[in-house]
Unconditional design. Structure first.
Length: 352
């Protein structure tokens, strides 16, 4: 019709190739997502995108040339789409400038950690004894012979002093074999009454399914006037019934430790079969959990405490073994492999 502007002629095949080359040069130099979005709208926008115009122009191409023209436009379309996709990936993975915050990124949740099962057990033990009036005492892991052996009434030829049992250092000191040295240090520094527990790492030459060269203990000490074996058993009964279950029983079997007299191994009702007998407790219904006894008068006297006035009891148990019993862990090595699949299974009900 007269007065109307004629539609522009469709680009030639050579022009379509040149358009593709120019697009690739531009898309490779895009500085940010805003420029990428502007280029995307220019080429593939739904209303006025250049590719839509080239496709619509096919009706103005002579019939004999339409097939070649359509194939060229489709090649250009593929180059544009792949170029935009590659540029988007490049821009999204590029680090932001120092101090710049990309507010379009989704928020990152901080991963919640989990306490180690031994830490869980130790905190629970500390909570129980705090309610019984005990405080927590700590000491060095590198000890001398006096605090680790001599003050605890170990004779000079005791097997525990041999290198096959104890890890000695070059200067004659040693890695403590129990937390009993903390008891000695406390009795040397304080006067009765004393009620403490001593949790911590200890070291021995052991390495099998139930033993590790490094493991964890908690020992308890009570010294005052009139302390008896009855107080020892009552304390242990209250403790294990809180730690395991209210129907847990306690029995004491005669034993021997250099630093207590009399001494006793402490068994508890098997927490797996509740006393009925199972493979874990070898059908006995009982499981040994700790050693205990009345503090030897010679140990008290060596710490400057008069055994004619004061008496006391002591006990010690392995926190690793309690954790294995509590959580059904079959191999002690699993506790020290730092496998998050294991560690994330345990949650403490108390406050952290």
């Amino acid at each position: 019709m007269a007065g109307e502007a004629a539609e522009p002629a469709p680009p030639s095949l050579a022009e379509l190739q040149e358009l593709g080359d120019r697009f690739e040069a531009v898309v490779a130099a895009l500085p940010d997502r805003a420029a990428w979005e502007a280029l995307r709208v220019l080429w593939v926008g739904r209303n006025r995108g250049a590719l839509r115009g080239y496709l619509d122009a096919i009706k103005r191409v002579p019939g004999a040339e339409r097939r070649a023209y359509g194939e060229a436009v489709n090649r250009l379309k593929a180059r544009v789409e792949s170029g935009l996709a590659a540029a988007a990936e490049r821009l999204d993975s590029a680090p932001t400038a120092a101090g710049e915050v990309d507010v379009t990124l989704p928020g990152r949740r901080a991963e919640r950690g989990a306490l180690h099962p031994i830490t869980l057990v130790q905190r629970e033990v500390e909570t129980i004894f705090a309610e019984l009036g005990y405080s927590v005492a700590e000491g060095p892991e590198i000890e001398d012979d006096f605090h680790n052996f001599a003050a605890l009434n170990f004779p000079a030829d005791h097997p525990a002093r041999d290198t096959q049992d104890t890890l000695f250092l070059e200067d004659g000191r040693l890695l403590r074999t129990h937390t009993s040295p903390v008891q000695i240090r406390t009795m040397l520094e304080r006067r009765p009454p004393i009620r403490i527990i001593c949790p911590g790492r200890v070291y021995r030459h052991d390495n099998d399914l139930r033993h590790s060269p490094m493991f964890h203990q908690v020992e308890g000490l009570a010294v005052a006037e009139g302390i008896t074996v009855g107080h020892l058993k009552g304390t242990l009964l209250a403790f294990v019934q809180r730690l395991f279950s209210a129907d847990t029983g306690v029995r004491l079997r005669p034993s021997h430790f250099p630093f207590t007299e009399p001494s006793a191994e402490v068994d508890i009702t098997c927490p797996f079969c509740h006393g009925r007998g199972c493979a874990v407790c070898s059908g006995s219904g009982w499981m040994e959990i700790t050693g205990s006894g009345m503090v030897d008068p010679r140990v008290l006297r060596g710490c400057g405490i008069d055994p004619e006035i004061y008496s006391g009891f002591a006990f010690g148990l392995g926190l690793d073994r309690v954790a294995m019993i509590r959580y059904g862990i079959p191999n002690i090595r699993l506790l020290f492999e730092n496998d998050e699949r294991l560690l994330r299974q345990f949650v403490w009900a108390g406050s952290c």
